[in-house]
Design a protein around this ligand. Structure first.
Ligand code: NDP
Length: 284
């Protein structure tokens, strides 16, 4: 008789606050669909307990865990190694545990890149990035490593945009420039992709970044990082003007696909995970 196994493989997320994070529902739907005997535990870990939580995951032989706010930078000091892009970005949101060693990755930008690749290859593209927070930083580095030609980073506080532009030019082949953001930003005619990586639009279907809407021309690719609501006002305005649009829900799903592949070496079903999240957000 085959030996029975009552022990699931363990994964999860460390963040605080954590109860509003729907990742567990999406990832476990992916596990079930793949018939993977694995669990994803959504843990509320306060900053003072991060080291104990990391040590606990190793002690309990977890396969890996995500790190969300406020741990993405702090966790690095407890890791054995950090992947190239995460090291450049200076933040880790996904840790794989292999033979007791902790390897840090950043899947924010990689998730965005996978999503973008469903409509275009960023190689050689001129890209405008709105925002200069954590999401923008991860996306900018990955776009640079993926061979984008030029990034224009636009942010209210210009010095944060300058810091990301410097990071990109120092660590990737891409060129990058920074612009302060006041008034309606007009996207230049030679830009091929516009990305909203600000938090404008989160939880507010009517919020719109300060953009000159007439500069959204047919053929421009307009992507938003906002996962909920997935169809932001920016994307609606862009679509009406003939742009190709890409929502932040795709980025979130792809980020989970990248992370779970790092943990299990197999790709889960993105459509099942996408539907699970879309259904949850539709109830908001
Ligand atoms: P941060 O707080 O680090 O950065 C927020 C950015 O938004 C800053 O550049 C800030 O500008 C800008 N911003 C906020 N309000 C305004 C405003 N009224 N006008 C102009 N700029 C504004 O957040 P993150 O980078 O971590 O996250 C940004 C968004 O990305 C969040 O909404 C998050 O939900 C989403 N996200 C989505 C992911 C996905 O998988 N889909 C993954 C990660 C994040 P300033 O610097 O001037 O304050």
């Amino acid at each position: 008789m085959a030996e029975r196994n009552f022990r699931s493989q363990l994964t999860g997320s460390f963040s605080s606050p954590s109860k509003g994070n729907p990742t567990v529902a999406m990832v476990e739907a992916g596990y079930r669909h793949a018939r993977l005997d694995a669990r994803f535990i959504n843990c509320d870990v306060k900053p003072a307990n991060l080291e104990a939580a990391v040590r606990g995951a190793v002690a309990m032989e977890w396969v890996g865990f995500n790190c969300s706010l406020p741990h993405k930078v702090e966790v690095i000091k407890y890791l054995d190694d950090v992947a190239e892009s995460a090291s450049i970005i200076g933040a880790v949101n996904c840790v794989a545990i292999q033979q007791g060693k902790l390897i840090g990755h950043n899947t924010d930008g990689k998730g965005f890149l996978s999503s973008l690749r469903s409509v275009t290859d960023p190689k050689g593209r001129k890209i405008v990035l709105l925002g200069a927070g954590g999401a923008a930083r991860a996306i900018a580095v990955e776009l640079g490593l993926a061979g984008a030609a030029h990034l224009t980073i636009v942010n209210r506080s210009r010095e944060k945009a300058e810091a990301i532009a410097k990071l990109v030019t120092e660590h990737t082949q891409a060129t990058a420039s920074a612009e302060g953001w006041s008034g309606d930003y007009a996207v230049s005619r030679d830009a091929e992709v516009l990305i909203n990586a600000t938090s404008i639009g989160l939880g507010d279907p009517d919020a719109l970044p300060n953009i000159d809407l007439d500069s959204l021309r047919e053929g421009l690719i307009v992507a938003d990082v906002i996962p909920n609501p997935p169809v932001t006002r920016l994307l609606r305005e862009a679509k009406q003007r003939g742009c190709t649009t890409l929502d932040g829900l795709g980025m979130l799903v792809n980020q989970a696909l990248v992370g779970t592949e790092l943990w299990f070496g197999q790709k889960l079903d993105g459509a099942v995970m996408h539907k699970t999240l879309a259904d949850i957000f539709a109830q908001d």
